[in-house]
Design a protein around this ligand. Structure first.
Ligand code: AMP
Ligand code: GLY
Length: 424
């Protein structure tokens, strides 16, 4: 088979490593990819939003399967374009990717189908939102831009003043662009967060091993929200009781709700859950693998990735026995100091060869490029260093050891990824 992966981050590198293990795969392409992906696949200089070029390339190279990793092209309808060209493709169509693409849509869906989530109101108009905040709101409160905003369109406001400023940021100043044309105002919840990824074939859903992300830039969950600074899997807080609750009220209910709405979902649903005192609640849905969740979940998956993906496309996921290794993984993101605001690019990276030939260690490239003399940094999140261990403690120790193998100027990481396991 010839497989094309669309995207360029650590998640796509993790997907590519999984795909590469399949005996069914002869040749792998990635558009646009990055320098690390380029070591195991042929990178094609086509952007993830260049739909016509991607479809032309897939036709020309007789691609047998496309896997779309990123949210923007999914929400924009890239899957529909490949389907029109009769090219097998893994991911939700545009009308289903709206599950991630519009927070107002996903909240309305949850309300309609009684899927547990925070109470909320939707606003198309800043004045109505301001009026609501002044008369009905309790603080803290959460403001969410409706559309995609690189995971940054959520503002937690402790006071009315902060919330009024938030409305301006989202709806008037349009800090998140058109994503802020609508806004959801939501009840503030507290609890531990868990990421649960799943494969879905339209009717059947199979849950992957749980994970936990660390979204803030600095130790102790301080600093700005980022795309994710590190992950561990499984989450010790995702207990049997939590699993049973989610299976009863959340997972299948979501898949069935989408089908009932005429928006059959095929691909990956990522459930962002909060484990509140009243039980698990959905914080958000994503329509793709998480980044860096994929970097700890996929290395632990025992199944042939291509078989699972094809089962999702063909509607035969019920026949797949999804299995994960009985171990743990931790991923520490190596960023460029200054991320997520501003940072240098083009800094030489050394030490990557230390990962070669070590089965328990992985270095996933996120923002890297091949320079004249080797790898250089090319983004805020540069690399994801993952280690597997018998348990989370061992995986964590190994992952942090491996972060020392890699060197580049301005290297920055959190030092408390997986610290929560000490409290489990
Ligand atoms: P989201 O993109 O919706 O997952 O939101 C990003 C982050 O904001 C989440 O991971 C939570 O940490 C936080 N968050 C979102 N919604 C809420 C809420 N209703 N209550 C408390 N925190 C929230
Ligand atoms: N790590 C969170 C996300 O992928 O959205």
């Amino acid at each position: 088979m010839k497989v094309l992966i669309v995207g360029s981050g650590g998640r796509e590198h993790a997907i590519a490593m999984s795909v590469k293990k399949s005996a069914k795969v002869d040749k792998m392409y990635c558009a646009p990819g990055n320098a690390g992906i380029g070591q195991i696949a042929e990178c094609v200089p086509i952007g993830a939003m260049e739909f016509d070029k991607l479809v032309d390339f897939a036709k020309k190279e007789a691609i047998d399967l496309v896997i779309v990793g990123m949210d923007d092209p999914l929400v924009g309808g890239l899957v529909d374009e490949f389907e029109k060209a009769d090219i097998p493709v893994f991911g939700p169509r545009k009308n289903a990717a709206i599950l991630e693409g519009s927070k107002a849509f996903s909240k309305d869906l949850m309300k309609k189908y009684n899927i547990p989530t925070a109470a909320y109101e939707t606003f198309d108009d800043a004045d109505a939102a301001i009026d609501y905040l002044k008369t009905k709101a309790e603080f803290p409160i959460v403001l969410k831009a409706d559309g995609l905003a690189l995971g940054k369109g959520v503002l937690i406001c402790n006071t009315l003043d902060e919330a009024l400023e938030g409305v301006s940021t989202i709806m008037k100043d349009k800090k998140f662009g058109d994503a802020g044309n609508r806004m959801v105002i939501e009840e503030f919840m507290t609890g531990r967060e868990v990421s649960v990824l799943s494969f879905v074939d339209g009717k059947t859903i199979k849950i992957m091993s749980s994970a936990q992300d660390h979204k803030r830039a600095k130790d102790g969950d301080q600093g700005l929200n980022t795309g994710g600074m590190g992950t561990f899997s499984p989450s010790p807080f995702y207990t049997k009781e939590v699993d049973e609750f989610c299976k009863k009220y959340i997972y299948q209910a979501t898949v069935d709700a989408m089908a009932k709405e005429g928006r059959t979902f095929k691909g990956v649903i990522f459930f962002g859950l909060m484990l509140t005192e009243k039980g698990p609640r959905v914080l958000e849905y994503n329509a793709r693998f998480g980044d860096p969740e994929a970097q700890v979940v996929l290395p632990r998956m025992k199944n042939d990735m291509i078989e699972v993906v094809e089962a999702c496309i063909n509607g035969t996921l019920d026949r797949i026995d999804l299995q994960f290794e009985d171990n743990a993984a931790v991923c520490v993101v190596l960023a460029s100091d200054g991320y997520p605001v501003s940072y240098e690019k083009g800094l030489p990276i050394t030490g990557l060869e230390a990962f070669e030939g070590k089965d328990d260690y992985f270095v996933f490239h996120a923002g890297t490029k091949m320079g004249d003399a080797g790898f250089v940094t090319n983004g805020g999140r540069v690399l994801g260093v993952t280690a597997k261990g018998a348990d989370l403690k061992e995986a964590r120790k190994k992952a942090y050891e491996a972060t020392e193998w890699v060197k580049f100027d301005n290297k920055y990481m959190r030092h408390d990824i997986g610290k929560a396991i000490d409290e489990a």
